[in-house]
Each structure stands twice: as structure tokens, then as C-alpha cells.
Design a protein around this ligand. Structure first.
Ligand code: GTP
Ligand code: SPV
Ligand code: MN
Length: 596
């Protein structure tokens, strides 16, 4: 096969001349193609068959042990001007980066097949969707891209149609697993020519280029120039007993609860009352203002690449139901009867994620960043609106992170500009989703630190720019499910019970809850957070809703230092907003516990 779009055909020819593959395969996205790839990978050992009685259509991939997560220190944004990438990104001169990468790619596909993957991010007929083409030599990447994107013939048709109208009709992503050598591994982005070059890793966000590289880093750049937002957010629909649904978008850093919140199961009492939760997306949200001034969001992905460890009947039954069949597992353990296993599931592991006989001395049986890849259609709560070409209207935006102390369970920003400050000031403890130390508190503005494809100062300005006459913007909230008590345990039960907090937010959106104003924002007034059926004592709730004035003064000072790191491009509006909060903390009304 080939393409009638000259720009695409020329690029594939150029890449083939550089990488010298033995074969070229244009992916059509069919079942037959997927099955053939699976059979081939079973033969090469790239996939291992799991128990087909208990898990039909499920396979295990064991990645190279030094290739198990995103590599932020090897990820670059290569803009002509260094300043445009911002202090939040690693930068390399584009000419230097191309030369370096082309050196690595030279002849790297000898003896391999070059796969051409046309894909669409978002419903294939959506005006909000965008297309890309990934070239890879990894059949595992092809199989995952088929689940995670709309991949194949329909995407190619859209690319060819749009290619007649514009030179920028698709993002070009070039990927090779290379030698899987961490010393020869780079993830390079060229937002000015909508292209990506990734070498040396086969793992998730490094290799499935539609996901973080395209749908966040490149898309955030495109979104800025075109007036929309590309965000690291889940999208969830909350249906009340009257049958009205509010859509909420929430940004939490990697492995901080997006998949769990997106698939939440209401607590018993809520279920009996008729509350329902609908999953629209679990990782990425593209949104833009509609004709009525509201923000409309699509999930650009078609599947979930979710964290396996901790996924259980208690924490996320919807995820567990989704992955009972037709799922690729990466770096999980297996039981004696060859079922996938990870910490949090009943039973016990026989082999660990590296295929060794399980020995606790070697650490956890499943890698902490072990993942499942599954079609979103398999999720029992998959929203009927998830494939809507126009997207869903967003009522509330939520920011949150892992904050063991200080940050209350929930508060509401007083307006859009304050909300942008709240998102910008976000902090969270690092997780196993990226290589490096785990559990270190760092600033992660809007959960986009690893994913914003340009200068954070410009990004905050772009966020502020949505506040225009006629805009019907969502309310902005901040949550913290991860506050710990003196015993080191989480104070809040989390998971399904997070609906209690969402219910308060929706009541605020509808003007039905009063709240208590504090210098950091509005918290639930006494009795506003529904706690029936919860084993939570009054002292814990007081602590969860307490605003520690001295602690917040220190936090505000730290936020100020952080904002100043972005220099001249940081909007003055955010400095002013922080100043307003700091003054209120210093001299404003006394802050106290607001609930018991
Ligand atoms: P990425 O896919 O990496 O972007 O992450 P994600 O934000 O989708 O993360 P996910 O929902 O998979 O969360 C993973 C981790 O967060 C697991 O360890 C969960 O157990 C934990 N987690 C999720 N929700 C909660 C919660 O409400 N409370 C607590 N204590 N832990 C939670
Ligand atoms: C994340 O790290 O935020 C992920 C997983 O969603 S990966 O696709 O590997 O980036
Ligand atoms: Mn993510």
C-alpha cells in the first residue's frame, strides 16, 4: 500500500531511506491485522499468552527492565528560540536535535518491518479531533496504538482529505525501539514543524506517540495558537437522581487518581438514590469554547493505558471489569495458573514482572508502573456521549495532587484567574510513572510539568485568556485525596467516596451550597459535605477541612518563588492574584476549622 497524499508518501520514503527496513507495512487497523501481529509477537516472545479461560484475548508484554516508565530527563522540546520552550522543558536546538536523532535512526530498521500507523486523536468525525502518523519498528507499539487511538484506514482517509487543504494536516511521529539502551534514548519534540522523534524506548508515553508526545506536548502548542486547551485531565459525567448530568474535567499528575475518578462507583447510599457516573476519558482532555460560551471537551483517546497495581474490586471495579478480556498487560506478575496479578489483587504471584520466580527480596511482584491497555468501549460506565463529535460541556475543572499535609480535602477558587493560580501552584509527590525518585514533593502546574510543550509563563497567559465577555467558564476547584494523619494513614477514604466531594462541587455550580470563604478559597460549610455511611470521625473531618494559616503563609511564599522562576513571561495577573491571597492570609479574617 501507499498514500496518495504526496507529503505523507514523501516522508515515509525519506524515513525508509534513512532507516533501511526490510519491509514496509501500512496499518489498516483491521482485526485480521491485529490478530496477525499478536501471533507474530507470541512467536518472538514479545507477548506471552495469559490464561485464556479466565482472560480471553489477554497477553502479557515484559518490557526491558531498564525501560519501564517515561524518561523526563531525556525528553526535549526543540524550538528555534530556547526561551519558547521555557524553564519547564529541556531544550535542544532543532538542527542539533535532528542531526543527533538522524544519527541514531540511520540504518536502525535493518532486518525489521517499518509500520506506518495513520491515527486520529478524537472521534473520527469530530472537528475537535486531530490526526497523526506514527512510523515505528515495534509491533507492540502498533498493537497498543490500535487500542489507544482510531487507527487505520478511516484515519488515513481523513489525513488525505485534510492534506489537500493544508500542509499541517497531520503530526509526524518517528519512533524506533533502537537497542533499548538508556544511553541511546531520546524523546524529541519539534512543535514548530509538528513532528516528534523518539528513539530507544518501547514504553508507553515514550513510544505510543499519539498519547503524551502528540496529544499533550504538540497539541498544547497547537491549542495555544488556535484558542483551545490540551490538558492532562480525565473527563467524567456525574448524573444526579433527577437524570441531569454534569461533566467534570480533573487534572491530577501521573498515577494520582485520574483513572480511578473517571470510573468511580458511587457509595451504596448514592447508588440507591440513583446517582450514576459516566466515563468520558481517563488521561487527556481537549477543550474549546462553544457557541454558547461554555467549554466543550473531547477525549482524544480510544483506550486506557492505566496503572495496574492497586486496581481491585475495592478500588476500581469498572477497570477490573474492563480488563477481563482483550487486554495487553505490561510488566504485571502472573499467578501459578497464568492469570495477570499485581499488588492489591487477591491470590498470589508465581512469577514477577521480569518472569522470575517471585521472591519478595526482589521487590514488588508487579512493577509499580505496570499498565493495562484496553479499549474504552469495554468499560461498563463508558459514556454514550464519549464519542460525541461536539464534545461534552464542562461544568467544573478540578486540580489536585498528592499532598500529605496542609492542603484541605477540597476548596473552590473564587474566579477564573484565581483558579489559574490554584492550578499553577499545584504540587504533588512524584510517582513511578516516570523514572527517578518517588515520593518527592514538586510543583506540577496543572499536572502538565512533563507535558506542556512550551513556556509555562505563556501557558498561564493562555489559560487566563479564556476569561472573556460572554464566556460561561467552569468553576475551578482543588482537591487532595492524599492528606495523611499522624499515624501516616490517609485521612480520607477516597475512591468511590470521592463522589461526596463531587456532589458538593456540583451543588456549588448549581448555586445550591453556601460554603465558607477563607483566604485560599471557599470550603464546604458545616454539614454541606454528605458523610452518611462513612466511617470518618469528626476530628478527621475537621483536619481535612482545616486551613492552617501559618502553613499557608509559608506555602504562598514558596508559590511566589516558583512563579518568579518563569521570569518576564509569567503574567503579572498571577503575581497580583497571589499577592491578594497572601494579604488575606496575613491580615484577613481569622481562619478556622469550618466543619465538625
Ligand atoms: P496516569 O495514567 O499515570 O496519568 O495516572 P492516573 O492519574 O490515571 O492514576 P490512577 O488513577 O491509575 O492512580 C493510581 C494510583 O493512585 C494508585 O496507586 C491508586 O491506588 C491511587 N489512588 C487513586 N485514587 C485514589 C484515592 O481516591 N485515594 C487514594 N488514597 N489513592 C488513590
Ligand atoms: C502518565 O505517565 O501520565 C501516563 C502513562 O499516563 S504514559 O503513557 O507512560 O505516559
Ligand atoms: Mn497520564
Amino acid at each position: 500500500m501507499a498514500s496518495k497524499l504526496a507529503a505523507l508518501q514523501r516522508w515515509v520514503d525519506e524515513v525508509a531511506a534513512l532507516t533501511r527496513p526490510t519491509r514496509i507495512h501500512w496499518c489498516d487497523g483491521s482485526d485480521a491485522e491485529y490478530q496477525a501481529l499478536v501471533q507474530q509477537m507470541l512467536q518472538t516472545g514479545d507477548l506471552v499468552e495469559l490464561n485464556q479461560q479466565t482472560h480471553p484475548g489477554c497477553y502479557l508484554h515484559r518490557s526491558s527492565p531498564s525501560d519501564v516508565a517515561r524518561v523526563e530527563h531525556l525528553t526535549f522540546v526543540c524550538t528555534k528560540e530556547h526561551e519558547d520552550a521555557g524553564p519547564n522543558n529541556h531544550w535542544m536546538d532543532p538542527a542539533e536535535a535532528h542531526a543527533k536523532m538522524d544519527g541514531l535512526f540511520a540504518d536502525c530498521m535493518e532486518g525489521r518491518t517499518l509500520y506506518v500507523i495513520p491515527y486520529c486523536m478524537g472521534p473520527i468525525d469530530s472537528p475537535l479531533a486531530r490526526c497523526g502518523v506514527e512510523i515505528t519498528d515495534s509491533p507492540y507499539v502498533v498493537a497498543n496504538m490500535r487500542t489507544m487511538t482510531r487507527m487505520g484506514a478511516a484515519a488515513l482517509a481523513r489525513i488525505e482529505r485534510e492534506g489537500l487543504l493544508s500542509n499541517d494536516s497531520f503530526v509526524k511521529g518517528l519512533h524506533s525501539i533502537g537497542e533499548l539502551d538508556p544511553e541511546r534514548r531520546f524523546i524529541m519534540h519539534f512543535p514548530e514543524d509538528l513532528s516528534i522523534k523518539s528513539y530507544g524506548s518501547g514504553y508507553g508515553g515514550n513510544a505510543l506517540l499519539g498519547k503524551k508526545c502528540h496529544a499533550l506536548r504538540i497539541a498544547s502548542w497547537q491549542a495555544r495558537s488556535e484558542g483551545w486547551l490540551a490538558e492532562h485531565m480525565l473527563i467524567v459525567g456525574i448524573e444526579n437522581p433527577q437524570g441531569q448530568t454534569h461533566y467534570v474535567a480533573a487534572a491530577f499528575p501521573s498515577a494520582c487518581g485520574k483513572t480511578n475518578l473517571a470510573m468511580l462507583i458511587p457509595p451504596d447510599g448514592y447508588r440507591r438514590d440513583g446517582w450514576k457516573v459516566w466515563t468520558v476519558g481517563d488521561d487527556i482532555c481537549w477543550m474549546r469554547p462553544g457557541a454558547d460560551g461554555r467549554l466543550y471537551a473531547i477525549n482524544p483517546e480510544a483506550g486506557f493505558f492505566g496503572v495496574a497495581p492497586g486496581t481491585s474490586a475495592g478500588s476500581n471495579p469498572n477497570a477490573l471489569a474492563s480488563i477481563a478480556r482483550d487486554t495487553i498487560f505490561t510488566n504485571v506478575a502472573v499467578t501459578a495458573d497464568n492469570q495477570p496479578w499485581w499488588e492489591g489483587l487477591p491470590g498470589e504471584p508465581a512469577l514477577d514482572w521480569q518472569g522470575r520466580a517471585y521472591d519478595p527480596a526482589n521487590g514488588p511482584a508487579a512493577h509499580p508502573n505496570a499498565r493495562f491497555t484496553v479499549s474504552a468501549k469495554q468499560c461498563p460506565t463508558w459514556s454514550p456521549k464519549a464519542e460525541d463529535a461536539q464534545g461534552v460541556p464542562i461544568s467544573a475543572i478540578v486540580f489536585g495532587g498528592r499532598r500529605p499535609s496542609l492542603v484541605p480535602l477540597v476548596f473552590e477558587a473564587r474566579d477564573w484567574a484565581h483558579g489559574v493560580l490554584v492550578g499553577g501552584a499545584m504540587g504533588s509527590e512524584t510517582t513511578a510513572a516516570a523514572t527517578g525518585a518517588v515520593g518527592v514533593l514538586r510543583r506540577d502546574s496543572m499536572a502538565m510539568k512533563p507535558f506542556c510543550g512550551y513556556h509555562y509563563g505563556d501557558y498561564f497567559q493562555h489559560w487566563l485568556s479564556f476569561d472573556q465577555p460572554g464566556a460561561q467558564l467552569p468553576k475551578i476547584f482543588h482537591v487532595n485525596w492524599f492528606r495523611k494523619g499522624k499515624d501516616g494513614k490517609f485521612l480520607w477514604p477516597g475512591f468511590g467516596d470521592n463522589l461526596r466531594v463531587l456532589e458538593w462541587m456540583i451543588a456549588r455550580v448549581e448555586g445550591k451550597a453556601a460554603g465558607v470563604d477563607t483566604p485560599i478559597g471557599t470550603l464546604p460549610a458545616q454539614g454541606e459535605l454528605r458523610t452518611d455511611g462513612l466511617a470518618l470521625d469528626g476530628a478527621a473531618l475537621d483536619e481535612l477541612l482545616h486551613v492552617d494559616q501559618a502553613g499557608w503563609q509559608a506555602e504562598a511564599a514558596a508559590i511566589g518563588d516558583y512563579l518568579r522562576e518563569f521570569g518576564q513571561r509569567m503574567p503579572q495577573r498571577l503575581h497580583d492574584e497571589l499577592q491578594r491571597v497572601a494579604s488575606a492570609l496575613a491580615g484577613g479574617p481569622r481562619v478556622s476549622a469550618v466543619a465538625s
